[in-house]
Design a protein around this ligand. Structure first.
Ligand code: NAD
Length: 259
């Protein structure tokens, strides 16, 4: 599977690849000609299932069990990729958690820390390892996955929104720092996308799905594959002048709102 598509011959790492947007992204990298996809997730069996799906379609994949919030995990995985395969060309930092919903005054400090550790520290730690490998290899592309929640407050989701706002700022800063070193870094802000994370939220909040569909300009949710298309394109050579972008992929859900 080389020579054609958006990712010919590339070695790509995707975190959170065991489910939802991360799984769809890992599968699309393979379909677009990646030489190797490394599907990383804290849920090892879920990462293995993604690998099984990719192998069934003829792609080359390795499943890795990895907690992005663990300080040395990303470094170990990235070093292993470079040692075994020579380079890391594309990295997608997609792993994330929503956390417990509560108003700020009632949110347990431990809950705040957990969300920050995965969503913000995790992206920082992964980027540090990825940038190191890409500098050594002469370049690459990184896409971080934030959220439309970074653009406006959602009651009960302060830690999630703050972590995702942090990811946007972290991405833009790193993009400026490394654009001159042939590393393009961008962030995608998904709107409501039909994944286990969102379906779990709708299960816990009766009526929320109907309200969301009613207010959505397209009257539907996004599909993981629609996010994957954007992410894999951003990692591709066809997006060669796109760096430091914060791209909403939300069917116009946030376009009409005041900032
Ligand atoms: N689904 C949506 O509507 C939506 C909207 C905006 C942003 N997002 C973001 O998109 C990303 C993917 O979300 P999704 O909807 O596909 O969710 P999901 O729950 O389906 O998938 C998230 C994956 O991340 C993994 N993960 C969680 N903690 C981890 C850790 N510490 N280390 C490694 N892996 C870990 C989970 O095991 C899971 O496989 C997340 O960052 C999420 O915040 C999703």
């Amino acid at each position: 599977m080389t020579g054609a598509g958006l990712a010919p011959g590339k070695v790509a790492l995707v975190t959170g690849a065991g489910s939802g947007i991360g799984r769809a992204t890992a599968m699309l990298f393979a379909a677009e000609g990646a030489r190797l996809v490394v599907a990383a997730d804290i849920d090892g069996p879920a990462a293995s299932e993604t690998a099984r799906l990719i192998e069934a379609s003829g792609g080359a994949v390795e499943a890795v069990t990895m907690d992005v919030s663990e300080p040395t995990a990303a470094r170990g995985v990235v070093d292993g990729i470079v040692d075994a395969h020579g380079s890391l060309d594309a990295a997608v930092n997609c792993a994330g958690v929503r956390g417990t919903m509560a108003p700020v005054g009632e949110l347990a400090a431990g809950e705040w820390r957990t969300v920050m550790a995965v969503n913000l520290d995790g992206v920082f730690l992964c980027m540090q390892a990825e940038i190191g490998a890409m500098l050594a290899g002469g370049g690459g592309a990184i896409v971080n996955v934030a959220s439309g929640a970074a653009t406006e407050p959602h009651p009960g989701l302060s830690a999630y929104g703050a972590s995702k706002s942090g990811v946007v700022h972290l991405t833009r800063t790193a993009a400026v720092e490394y654009a001159g070193s042939n590393i393009r870094i961008n962030v995608v802000l998904p709107g409501r996308t039909r994944t286990p994370m969102l379906e779990d939220y709708y299960r816990l909040n009766p009526g929320a799905e109907a309200r969301a569909l009613d207010s959505a300009p397209m009257k539907r949710l996004g599909e993981p594959s629609e996010l994957a298309e954007t992410i894999v394109w951003l990692c591709s050579d066809r997006a060669s002048y796109v760096a430091g972008a914060a791209l909403l992929v939300d069917g116009a859900s946030h376009a009409g709102r005041s900032r």
